[in-house]
Design a protein. Structure first.
Length: 190
């Protein structure tokens, strides 16, 4: 059985990542359109962003799966030949980093916790690739070089950078959105 395609799309805030990813999958879809949402409406701005994304998808029959943590739980919900959009990796990473904070032990403070989450994520991406015709992963480019970050921010910056590199290595295509324009760094995107 042929493996599905994995496309990684990154870019800054409001660069057009999600809209581009949606158009890419809608243009190719011969199966279900599945949207995996990692966002949690924890404030008014996030509520507005989620509502906008939902509105943008209204013209197509997207199946939305809310999955802020434990991405592996979506695998049994997928069907062979699905066209899957996961939006977004950076939100998922933040959610996973702070999982356990209510008990005073967030993941980012526990030894190897986030490394285990990243290994599980890469395994989950491969599982989705075996089911889906096309998986598009959206992520944010955040935290360009500054002279100094606090410990928590530096941990996040390193974690997202490492995760991006690992995903791009296994992806078929890697695209950076810049001012609404896709810049293809790896693969052939049609």
């Amino acid at each position: 059985m042929a493996q599905g395609t994995v496309t990684f799309i990154s870019g800054g805030a409001r660069s057009g990542k999600s809209a581009y990813a949606e158009r890419l999958l809608v243009a190719q879809a011969t199966g279900r359109l599945v949207y995996i949402a990692s966002g949690v409406a924890f404030d008014h701005e996030m509520e507005e962003r989620i509502a906008k994304h939902q509105h943008d998808r209204k013209d197509h029959a997207w199946l939305t799966i809310e999955q802020p943590v434990d991405l592996h739980q979506v695998v049994p919900l997928l069907q062979q030949g699905d066209f899957v959009l996961w939006d977004c990796l950076t939100t998922w990473l933040t959610n996973e980093m702070y999982k356990g904070i209510e008990d005073g032990a967030p993941c980012w403070k526990r030894p190897d916790c986030l490394d285990q989450k990243r290994c599980e994520l890469l395994h989950t991406i491969e599982q989705i690739r075996e089911i889906a015709a096309h998986l598009v992963i959206v992520s944010n480019e955040v935290l360009d070089e500054w002279p100094h970050y606090d410990e928590e921010t530096e941990f996040y910056r390193n974690a997202i950078g490492t995760t991006h590199q690992q995903i791009v290595q296994c992806a078929d295509a890697a695209i950076e959105m810049d001012h609404g324009l896709p810049v293809v760094w790896k693969g052939d995107v049609r």
